[in-house]
Structures are given as structure tokens and as C-alpha cells.
Design a protein around this ligand. Structure first.
Ligand SMILES: NC(=O)c1ccc[n+]([C@@H]2O[C@H](COP(=O)([O-])OP(=O)(O)OC[C@H]3O[C@@H](n4cnc5c(N)ncnc54)[C@H](O)[C@@H]3O)[C@@H](O)[C@H]2O)c1
Length: 246
């Protein structure tokens, strides 16, 4: 039996831990050759991760030259890239918007919004040329709701959603499909940047009364990143445990 993503090459940004690692593992299990991009890719524990990616590359998604070099390298090694999962992201501080440090604001926008744009801008011409591509951008429920005290993160994720919709329309006839996901809170290292009150308030908003599991995100991304997702583009797939109202 052919695996769902057999013969395909996938880049997962921020794939060294957390949600990105879970997505990378799932795409690998589906037969994809997975390339992990992250700030630091030196320490890889295959037995802890449960798999070995095809390649790991140090990339700062907030730097266009870094992204362009890494993408050219991936094409050089694997010939083509079919799937791009823009997962790398940071939370930033949890403070009122009028006290939000300007440098922290710039950094959150640089990684969470500009990073998605840089990776898409770099990969799309290659995918258009191939007449095939799947891009999954990791947004957040915060991008739909606007969450208090994380205004930069909320604004960046809302930007990711709107960017996805805009670019998806541009690519609708090119075989390149772009969607994003909007997860509620999952227990990852991202929580280290949050206050206990913020975490408790986020959990209280989820009608299912529990945090999201990384495997639940990975399973959804796996389907969106493959050929069966063929007539849905520019869409926001929620993983909200009943929280999303639109
Ligand atoms: N954890 C949650 O509750 C949650 C909810 C909704 C959305 N998200 C989103 O999911 C994604 C992954 O989050 P996570 O919880 O796994 O976080 P995490 O902090 O565990 O992992 C993020 C990864 O991204 C990498 N990264 C950060 N900046 C980078 C950069 N400039 N270039 C390359 N890599 C970079 C980190 O090194 C890390 O490996 C993020 O986009 C986040 O906003 C998370």
C-alpha cells in the first residue's frame, strides 16, 4: 500500500520541538521526506523523537536570506519541495498593549508574521513551477479572537490568517493550496513565556475542558498537507475544542 505522502518532500519550520516536532513525525510516518528547519538543529535525539528526519537545517525564519539559502539547499538535495508547514513561532511577553515593549512587538511580528511571508514568498515560485504544492500556516485561535495581554501575538496570527486567504486566491489555479490552522492551547514550551493566570484563562475558554494534544494537530495537518485536500484553500481549520464561534 502506498503511504499518503509517499515520495513527497516536506519542510517543517520550528520542527525541533513541540507542535512542529509532532507534525514532522506525523508527515514522516505518512512517507514524506521531512526537512526540519529551526534556529538550532544540533541536538537531535532520534530515540526520544521516535524518528529520523531526512534533513535538519539551521534557519532563522525572520531572515529572508536565511530562508532563501535553506530553501535553495533543500531543492539541491531533494530536487523538489511539495509541502511547507510554517510552524515556527514565539509568544512574546504577556502584558497590556499600552505597555507592550516595542522591541518585543517587533520580534513577535518578525517571527510569527514576517517569517510566514518569507517562507511562502520563497517556496511559492518553486511550487507554481511544479504545478503542485501544499502550504499549511500555523496561526492560532488568538488570531481569530484577539486575546488580551498578547496583542502582538494576536495581531501576527490574524495577519497570518489574512495573508493565507489572500495568497490562496492568487494561487487558486496553480495547483498550490494554502490553508492555515487555528489551534487553541496545547501544552508545549511556548507556555514558558506565559503567566499561570493566562494559561488558566485560556483553558477555561475551551468547552471540552482540556488542552489540545499535539497528535490532534499533527493528524489534521497531515491531511491538509496531502493530495486529498484538493478543493479547500484559503481556509482556517480550527482545533478549538468547541471554542471557535466562527
Ligand atoms: N502551544 C500552543 O498552545 C499553541 C496554540 C496555538 C498556536 N500555536 C503555534 O504553534 C506553533 C508552534 O508552537 P509550540 O507551542 O510548539 O512552541 P515551541 O516554543 O515549543 O516551539 C517553537 C519552535 O519554533 C522555533 N523557532 C522560534 N523562532 C524561530 C525562528 N526565528 N526561526 C526558526 N525557528 C524558530 C523554536 O526554536 C522552537 O523549536 C507556533 O507558531 C505557535 O504560535 C501554539
Amino acid at each position: 500500500m502506498t503511504l499518503y505522502l509517499e515520495g513527497q518532500t516536506a519542510i517543517v519550520t520550528g520542527g525541533m520541538r513541540g507542535i512542529g516536532l509532532g507534525i514532522a513525525k506525523r508527515l514522516h510516518a505518512s512517507g514524506a521526506q521531512v526537512i526540519i528547519w529551526d534556529l538550532n538543529v544540533d541536538k537531535w535525539d532520534a530515540s526520544a523523537a521516535g524518528f529520523e528526519p531526512a534533513h535538519r537545517q539551521a534557519v532563522d525564519v525572520a531572515s529572508l536570506p536565511s530562508v532563501e539559502q535553506a530553501f535553495a539547499h533543500a531543492v539541491e538535495i531533494f530536487g523538489r519541495v511539495d509541502i511547507l508547514v510554517n510552524n515556527a513561532g514565539i509568544n512574546g511577553p504577556v502584558v497590556p498593549s499600552w505597555e507592550y515593549p516595542v522591541e518585543a512587538w517587533d520580534q513577535v511580528i518578525a517571527v510569527d508574521l514576517n517569517g510566514v511571508f518569507y517562507c511562502c514568498r520563497t517556496a511559492i515560485p518553486h511550487m507554481r513551477q511544479n504545478g503542485y504544492g501544499r502550504i499549511v500556516n500555523v496561526a492560532s485561535m488568538a488570531g481569530k479572537d484577539g486575546v488580551q495581554y498578547i496583542s502582538a501575538y494576536s495581531a501576527a496570527k490574524a495577519g497570518v490568517i489574512a495573508f493565507t486567504k489572500a495568497a490562496a486566491k492568487e494561487l487558486a489555479q496553480d495547483g498550490v493550496i494554502l490553508n492555515c490552522i487555528a489551534p487553541a492551547m496545547a501544552e508545549t514550551a511556548l507556555m514558558d513565556e506565559m503567566t499561570p493566570e493566562h494559561i488558566a484563562a485560556s483553558k477555561a475558554k475551551i468547552p471540552m475542558g482540556r488542552f489540545l494534544q499535539i497528535e490532534e494537530i499533527a493528524n489534521m495537518v497531515n491531511w491538509i498537507a496531502g493530495p486529498e485536500c484538493s478543493f479547500t484553500t484559503g481556509f482556517v481549520f480550527d482545533l478549538s475544542g468547541g471554542r471557535a464561534t466562527y
